[in-house]
Design a protein around this ligand. Sequence first.
Ligand code: NAD
Length: 427
Amino acid sequence: MDSRISGFHRLSREERIRAVAEFAGLTPGDVEMLRAGSGLTPEAADLMSENVIGLMQLPLGVATNFLVNGKDYLVPMAIEEPSVIAAASNAARIARLRGGFRASADRSVTVGQIQVTGVSDPFAALQRVREHGEDLLKIANDTNPTLLKVGGGALELTGRVIDTERGRMLIIELLVDVKDAMGANTVNTMAEEIAPYVEDLAGGRVRLRILSNLATHRMARAWATFDAEATGGPDIVEGILDAYAFANADPYRCATHNKGVMNGVVAVAIATGNDTRALEAGAHTYASLGGRCRSLTRWETNKSGDLVGSIEIPAAVGTIGGATSSHPIARLSLKILGVGSAQELASVMASAALAQNFAALRALVREGIQKGHMKLHARNLAVMAGATPEILDEVVGRLYKLKRITYDDAVRIVDEVNASRRRSGGA
Ligand code: NAD
């Protein structure tokens, strides 16, 4: 089915649910869960974390118009920040004019690190450990027969000697194809299992045994052409190239630029129950690998003057394991997305991130970022100022007419509307 649903944002919530249900073949139970805003129960939450006292809910929406490698997607995004989902949908609509996004992702190879300290001959120790590589891989793989069965498992054992403020250290690295999982538990278990053997072989003291979140062995990439006219014309295209150059030259701008990119990644990650901290840590470290912050995206023009965007990000995401399996809304989001593997999820996520960056740069270069935020910003300020549901629409309507909206305006208008309702109630 086509994800290009014109006027989706103007439908009522009930109509949107019906459209998504039809697109994704949802069951009546799924529909009811969306309708009621239910999903995770406090009882289930109590089993996921510690000291649980309640739930923290977020808006769940879908970004429309996504065409990735010729397949239509409605992309679930869970995020409280206004404009993110609208921006992604709008960017995907423009990308669609030129065939949508192309995207790919590496095999899900995750690195586990074993830190060995106090080794007198670390370089020779590295070779001693590597000599037993096959045995150690087998010990690692014995911890996870299921992973082997689905075609994954520990692939390679390697290592490095590093100099630190506490002297030389031997870092043994275990490369594991974690297939459709994010892989942290899988790899940590393997690293812990082989660590005593590594310690014996190296002749030092093993300290840490944990995955690295700098997931450069599992990169996701996406690229798309944005028609120059639909983007806003040649001047807007030039402005976007200037904005990109600014991000690459200045860390203060770069942080915000990449934050915008991560709006797309994180919203999809939350919706699908993925580990946002792992993704953020990986992406920001990757962006700074050259010694200073660089844009996670690249922007250039083709021979016809259209804007061409591309992105490459570490994408340790799963469609199985962790909260992706235990959170009912995450399972439902994966169903709406209709991805068959972690690599497909990573490809869509990279496309959403590129879309997000395009939309943010375009808005910044055109009318500025605040215009798109105004309606929801007005709503948030009205609620903050104490507007009750009965007067909310009127307060928002009046706030929206102002040139600049402040909290003080919201308080004043809430007072005025309340006073006028009291007067007309008493008349
Ligand atoms: P997991 O251990 O819950 O599930 C993965 C398991 O599912 C695999 O070990 C495998 O046995 C099984 N499986 C079945 N079919 C599979 C398939 N097709 N592909 C892959 N595995 C399959 O989850 P995980 O992904 O190992 O760990 C993720 C969790 O670890 C997340 O909740 C994350 O927040 C958490 N975590 C993260 C960090 C970190 O990022 N630094 C550290 C510790 C824990």
